[in-house]
Ligand binder design. Structure first.
Ligand code: GLN
Length: 535
């Protein structure tokens, strides 16, 4: 069996330096050289997964094909590398303790005192190496969540140190991402926070091999030399991670700094030359597009852009394929609820997207926005809750069922959206929605078919409610088309309208399958329709 090489990425100084983007960028460079690369993330929180966390706090929950609810960084891995991740790619402290405590209760450790070292660290190491047994990977990149020095991430770092001893220095590489701030009042770049961060890592027994230093500008050689001197890192292994306009430029920045070459030589790995032709052409389209289009996003979590990360990225990919910059205009659903005339909210908007969501807050505002888009022939795209709101709107204003609603919001005479049969008995909240990939059959001669150009697609889900089949006939009589169906259980997956330039909504989450070099067909067509509407 070939030896897998382990690359670990830790972060220092402050959070939000973009460790996920760094891991994904390095992964892309290695993959572009022909290596088989996996990326995984270890998150220090005690929730078993982020599925039970509020999007206001944690941002989006990224759902994988196998139905795992994971950290949004897995989205970056998939979008950059064009790979599918799964439950093995994201471990939390909660999962580790859950596993160890379950074993303890079973009696697997009978007689022993169960401790952080070795029991918790052993379980962490097992998970750090689990992917090695699958798919014949050459390299496994592991991103450790949090910042070095946090109490919570200590067991992960200890496990990483132990793993280094186990697999040997030739098969292990430690990369540390830090911040090199510019202090305006002094007019200087400061290396001290990086020095301190590396010291903290050294206390744990980990010497970083490579430093990636986030900074406003490229680091000068003297600054790199200074950082190298204080951190026992070779000068050429101090990499600049300067600020760029688009995250998709980051791999090209690392390429300029020779990060891939350095990694290969340190790990004694042989690989081909990087092939980034397609990537470079996409970056060109993202950074210098010919056209521009404005999309109204009417959601509940507007104040937290991370809550819609995959959607905003899918817009970038779809924009690139249409040679257009997609400007997002956030429309507050709650604000619309209180207004009689909402026309002014749509000034300069070429298309409307209603994203996912839970609970009743802002629902009536979303329904108002959809009515506006339907009646004014504004291209409309609904995702999950967006589809459910579109069905409620159509039932109320076209089918004249005045009290039509979703059971999630209010039980009425006409719950056109209802809880799925299999969900009725479920009381636990964690990991119990309809999750992950399910097949969808597409009807010929529909907008959905025009986008996908195939009969069968697989898409990812995260929901408890569904179109109530009792109302399908009535909705269809009034012109609603059910263009995508999950045949096994006869569940509606896509709806659309005919007498409208582009009115499409889906029960699944297409944004989760959009890739930098492969925009999702529905997003691509929505942007195309919005551009046409603009003309
Ligand atoms: N709250 C709705 C449901 O559970 C929609 C979920 C979503 O938008 N992801 O069905």
């Amino acid at each position: 069996m070939k030896k897998v090489k382990y690359i670990f990425l830790t972060g220092g100084v402050v959070s939000s330096l973009g460790k996920g983007i760094s891991a994904a960028s390095l992964g892309l460079l290695l993959k572009s050289r022909g290596l088989n690369v996996a990326i995984q993330k270890f998150d220090p929180y005690i929730n078993v997964d982020p599925g039970t966390m509020n999007p206001f706090q944690h941002g989006e929950v990224f759902v994988t094909d196998d139905g795992a609810e994971t950290d949004l960084d897995l989205g970056h891995y998939e979008r950059f590398l064009d790979i599918n991740t799964g439950k093995l790619n994201n471990t939390t402290t909660g999962q580790v303790y859950f596993e160890v405590i379950s074993r303890e209760r079973r009696g697997d450790y009978l007689g022993a005192t169960v401790q952080v070292v070795p029991h918790i660290t052993d379980e962490i190491k097992r998970r750090m190496m689990a992917l090695a047994a699958t798919n014949g990977y050459d390299v496994i990149i592991t991103e450790i969540g949090g910042t070095v020095g946090d109490i919570e991430s200590l067991p992960f770092l200890e496990a990483m140190r132990q793993l280094m001893m186990k697999v040997g220095r030739d098969n292990f590489l430690s990369i540390h991402l830090t911040l090199v701030p510019y202090i305006a009042s002094a007019g200087e770049i400061k290396t001290k926070p990086t020095q301190h961060s590396v010291k903290t890592l050294l206390e744990i027994g980990i010497q970083p091999d490579i430093l990636i230093c986030r900074s406003r500008e490229e680091l000068s050689v003297p600054i790199k030399e200074k950082i190298a001197l204080f951190t026992n890192v070779q000068t050429d292994c101090v990499i600049s991670g300067r600020d760029v306009d688009s995250i998709y430029e980051v791999p090209l920045e690392y390429l300029k700094e020779n990060l891939d070459e350095i990694v290969l030589s340190k790990l004694k790995l042989k690989a081909g030359k990087p092939n980034l032709i397609k990537w470079k052409s996409i970056v060109r389209k993202i950074t210098k597009p010919k056209h521009e289009v404005s999309i109204g996003m009417c959601g509940k979590y507007n104040s937290v852009p991370d809550a819609y990360k995959s959607i905003t990225e899918a817009f970038i990919h779809a924009g690139a394929e249409n040679d257009a910059r997609v400007n997002i205009k956030w429309i507050s659903a709650e604000e619309l609820e209180t207004k009689d005339n909402i026309d002014k909210y749509f000034e300069g908007i070429d298309g409307l997207l209603i994203p996912y969501g839970f609970g009743s807050r802002g629902i009536e505002g979303k329904i108002k926005a959809i009515r506006y888009a339907r009646e004014n022939k504004l291209p409309f795209f609904g995702i999950c809750l967006g589809l459910q709101c579109a069905v409620v709107e159509f039932a109320r204003h076209v089918c004249k069922l005045k009290d039509a609603n979703s059971t999630e919001i209010k039980v009425t005479q006409h719950n056109v959206i209802d809880i799925m049969a299999e969900q009725k008995e479920i009381t636990d909240k964690g990991g119990t929605m309809r999750l992950g990939s399910y097949p969808c059959t597409i009807t010929k001669d529909t907008k959905a078919y025009c986008a996908y150009r195939k009969n069968h697609v697989d898409e990812r889900h995260r929901h408890r409610y569904e179109v109530n089949n009792k109302y399908r006939e009535l909705l269809a009589e009034h012109g609603m088309i059910f263009s995508g169906i999950y045949m096994n259980k006869d569940l509606v997956e896509i709806i659309e309208l005919n007498d409208h330039p582009w009115f499409v909504a889906c029960q699944f989450h297409p944004e989760l399958k959009s890739r930098a070099t492969k925009a999702h067909p529905l997003f691509r067509e929505f942007i195309r329709a919005s551009l046409e509407n603009k003309k």
